[in-house]
Write a protein that binds this ligand. Structure first.
Ligand SMILES: Nc1ncnc2c1ncn2[C@@H]1O[C@H](COP(=O)(O)OP(=O)(O)OP(=O)(O)O)[C@@H](O)[C@H]1O
Ligand SMILES: O=P(O)(O)OC[C@H]1O[C@H](OP(=O)(O)OP(=O)(O)O)[C@H](O)[C@@H]1O
Ligand SMILES: O=C(O)c1cccnc1
Length: 489
């Protein structure tokens, strides 16, 4: 399903930071338009203090790239920008350059739904410098948020231990796109459906819903409210029982459930939305079972997240389905993934590629040079290590990987282990290559990837950190470049 183009302007070329345009102009003006570069998206720590991250956003990025062009209104807006002296900032020739600009870049990326780890390349863009620059901000925007929410959803669904989680976040999401993007990512991460009807239409996500407290409050008593709803929607009866007294509400639901049964329909269940959800769910289950409604679901909502769901499970809660809104779609408590887009190599026309690093006082922020790729090693169905390597140099076998933050921590991988490269070609010279996975396939990949992770990597408290390292030669190249940049070589 095409998005963002389906919802917004067909081209979102202006959805970038102004500095990308100023740099692109400087590159054009200085005759650097034929210079090529490699940029790599990676992040430095897992969100939520977790042990894994689910990569997402690639399909939205593909859509963005496919529809990229500056239309005449866009160009007029760029041409109208002025400098501090009041004169137009950009020459007309640059506007013409943008008019004809096609994104003739190569893009490689990990498929959506892949479990990824800090420092690994997630998306790689290689090509002429101007398109590479213009893509920085929109790619980060799309990948960072989708990844943040897909990861949250995967955690919430892990906590629910296979029971369905419905995403209820629209009303408290970050505006229109925040809500739609979050619904998509939540489904990708494992949710069973969404309350967001437009997301359902745009992305093919199952749409689900119960009713609000206001429905109950419309009537003089709760049972009358349930009866009225049941007459209108006998095939969608999951009653919200906590408007006045949750267990009294369950009794009313049971009475209406008996009436439904007489009509040949079934009570789907009840929804708890306040109070002690563990205790109430056990009581509600007992009341439903005693009345012969063993198949009716006890559904719970109320500011849930993975930690509360996990705790409710530990307490023996009898909840079989979950509605999760605010904390899922806003990625609480993190709110953002800090993915970055860094230049890792550069080539002037007629010259060989040059590796590049950005220095930092903090080793975590020193970038990794090269045409980066990740090879994943799996043994007996368990992910044992990821090796980040430079495709131009290749990965020796057996490979030794070095912790990017600590050169004394290294591991030599069994040469008999077969690895799989995670980044796959997506665009070549601006043309889409390879299959385009559906949202359902990305969602299935999340399940498959989580199954590869040792339980310790998936736990919420102090998770085990999987061995991810730089191939030794790459580590040494980075060290040499850092020393040279500091004048210490
Ligand atoms: N047994 C439980 N263990 C852990 N957390 C729980 C349990 N039951 C409910 N919670 C969570 O505790 C929080 C309780 O929220 P809150 O203090 O607003 O109470 P409430 O019952 O929702 O009150 P209100 O009637 O005002 O809505 C929610 O996030 C809810 O999911
Ligand atoms: O708590 P969240 O995870 O964000 O889940 C969504 C919440 O939104 C609704 O409450 P709201 O008070 O907005 O409306 P209501 O009267 O229908 O309960 C619903 O009952 C949930 O409690
Ligand atoms: O359908 C529901 O129960 C629902 C929808 C949105 C928010 N809270 C609950």
């Amino acid at each position: 399903m095409p998005l963002p183009s389906a919802l917004y302007r067909p081209s979102l070329a202006l959805l970038t930071d102004f500095y990308q345009l100023t740099m692109a102009y400087a590159a054009w003006k200085e005759g650097l338009a034929d210079t090529e570069a490699v940029f790599t998206i990676s992040f430095r720590r897992h969100p939520y203090g977790g042990g894994f991250t689910i990569a997402a956003g690639l399909e939205l990025a593909v859509d963005y790239l496919e529809h990229f062009r500056f239309d005449e209104e866009d160009l007029a807006f760029v041409a109208a920008q002025r400098g501090a002296d009041g004169a137009p900032l950009f020459e007309a020739g640059f506007i013409d350059h943008l008019r004809g600009l096609r994104l003739e870049v190569d893009v490689d990326a990990v498929p959506e739904g892949t479990a990824v780890f800090p420092y690994e390349p997630v998306v790689r863009v290689k090509g002429p410098i101007i398109p590479c620059m213009l893509l920085e901000t929109p790619l980060l925007d799309l990948v960072n948020f989708q990844t943040l929410i897909a990861t949250k959803a995967a955690r919430v669904c892990l906590a629910a231990r296979g029971e369905p989680v419905v995403e209820f976040g629209l009303r408290r999401a970050q505006g229109v796109d925040g809500a739609l993007a979050a619904s998509r990512a939540a489904y990708l991460g494992g949710c069973a459906g969404t309350s967001n009807v437009l997301a359902g239409r745009l992305f093919g996500i199952p749409v689900k819903g119960t009713h609000a407290h206001s429905w109950v409050m419309l009537f003089d008593d709760e049972r009358e409210a349930f009866e009225s709803y049941a007459r209108a929607l006998p095939a969608n009866c999951l009653f919200l029982v906590d408007t006045y007294d949750s267990l009294e509400g369950v009794r009313h639901a049971v009475e209406v459930g008996k009436w439904l049964r007489a009509q040949g329909k079934e009570l789907l269940g009840i929804r708890l939305d306040s109070g002690d959800l563990a205790w109430l769910s056990i009581q509600a289950r007992r009341l439903l079972d005693e009345a012969g409604f063993q198949k009716a679901t006890v559904f719970a909502s109320n500011e849930l997240d993975e930690l509360i769901i996990d705790s409710l499970k530990e307490q023996g809660a009898r909840i079989a389905a979950w509605g999760v809104g605010t904390r899922l779609v806003t990625g609480q408590p993190d709110g953002a993934l800090g993915g970055v887009y860094k230049l890792t190599a550069v080539r002037r026309p007629g010259e060989p590629w040059k590796y590049r690093v950005k220095l930092s006082e903090r080793v975590q922020k020193t970038t990794i040079p090269g045409l980066l790729q990740v090879r994943r090693f799996v043994q007996d169905g368990v992910l044992v290590a990821d090796a980040i390597y430079d495709e131009w140099s290749g990965l020796p076998s057996p490979a030794t990987i070095v912790d990017p933050l600590d050169l004394t921590r290294r591991k030599t991988l069994d040469g008999a282990l077969e690895g799989e490269d995670l980044l796959r070609p997506v665009f070549r010279g601006g043309a889409l290559v390879g299959p385009r996975p559906t949202l359902e396939e990305a969602r299935a990949r999340v399940r498959q990837q989580l199954a590869l992770l040792h339980p310790g990597v998936k736990r919420f408290v102090n998770p085990h950190q999987l061995p991810v390292g730089l191939e030794k030669g790459l580590f040494e190249r980075r060290t040499a470049l850092v020393l040279a940049a500091r004048g210490e070589s």
